[in-house]
Design a protein around this ligand. Sequence first.
Ligand code: ZN
Length: 419
Amino acid sequence: MSGAAPIAWQCVTQCRACGGALTVMFCDLGAQPLANAYVNPQSAPESDQRLPLRALVCDACQLVQLDTIADAGAIFVDYAYLSSVSESWVRHAADFCRQAQAQMNPDFVVELASNDGYLLQHFRADGVRCLGVEPAANVAEIARARGIDTIVRFFGVEAARDIARDHGQAGLIVANNVLAHVPDVNDFVAGIAVLLAPGGHVSIECPTVLELARQAQFDTIYHEHYAYWSLHALEKFLGRHGLAVVDAQPLPTHGGSMRVTVRHARDTSGPMPGLVSMRQSEAEAGISAPAFYAGFGPRVSAILDETRAFLTQRHARGDVIVAYGAAAKGNTFLNALGEAASTIACVGDANPLKAGKLLPGTRLPIVTPQQMAARKPDVVLLLAWNLATEIDSVLAGLGLAGRQMATAVPCLVLREIGA
Ligand SMILES: [Zn+2]
């Protein structure tokens, strides 16, 4: 995807979920390259294509979403993100598997965007029949090598019918951190309604716009994330597809997510206490009012200004600055910094598919954690702030204890590594 062919994209003015008007600006991050378009130094074009990156709010359902739609094929064909690289994420999946089997006892589990099999491997180990659906062929191949039956395609009504015909309907459908990535979200959720067995459950995890706004997590906004869901917007949306949320719980993952349990509307009884409580938190925050979304943009500008000043000052006094975590949100952040990103020597990442490549836009080199540590950095700017505890011990293990780790979201914080 770092090749020369330009990425097709378009601007929209209507809500992808309900067709309402997108009028209120939530956050404008300027023109940015695709955040996952890692650049191969051997075949790098002169510059990376940039598309507008801004999120707006739907007047009718309050779904926060991008008004730029980049071609999904360009985004996912050579997707370099491997879920299993994060140990805490694999543990999270194992816990879910145990809980789901105790509460739902599914006979057939389908995971949408099953990645490298990080989650289904736990069901498989317990002898539960499962199937992964993963659009990125290189990632699906890793899952298959683990013995997890995986089909390579985008999910929607057509895929759902094919799966139901060939494998039967699913007692449990898992859709973790995928809803935001789906360009045609109506087709995707209609497909879930087709594939879900009567009496079955759907478990959806996604970051919440409530935490995004509260913690100023603007760097989770990038072209691959078309929409930023609240429970409020999600319930309205699922209802139009004959599905209903029956339970909800907040999760600490990705800086603040929700896990919602969904069933066919005809299978539901009253809302569980977790759902009542999350509805109340959102209502108290004013999630349905435009005022909730106003003021986010200026807060983002303030964070960027503070970080630019810090990096420029430390660089000027001769400190070695590196960054850690070459994930998509790091790219949003670094590209939003502009010129100040050039104070960073390199970006360390544990994913072997990324080392040796360059970050899109900033063209900073991605190196292994060991190579990064060999630079003896004075400051490690942690881009993957959601994994701070895990990465702190990684950095200490690399001999960087006592040096400084900086996180910039929601505000600039410096701490001593390994303290
Ligand atoms: Zn809408």
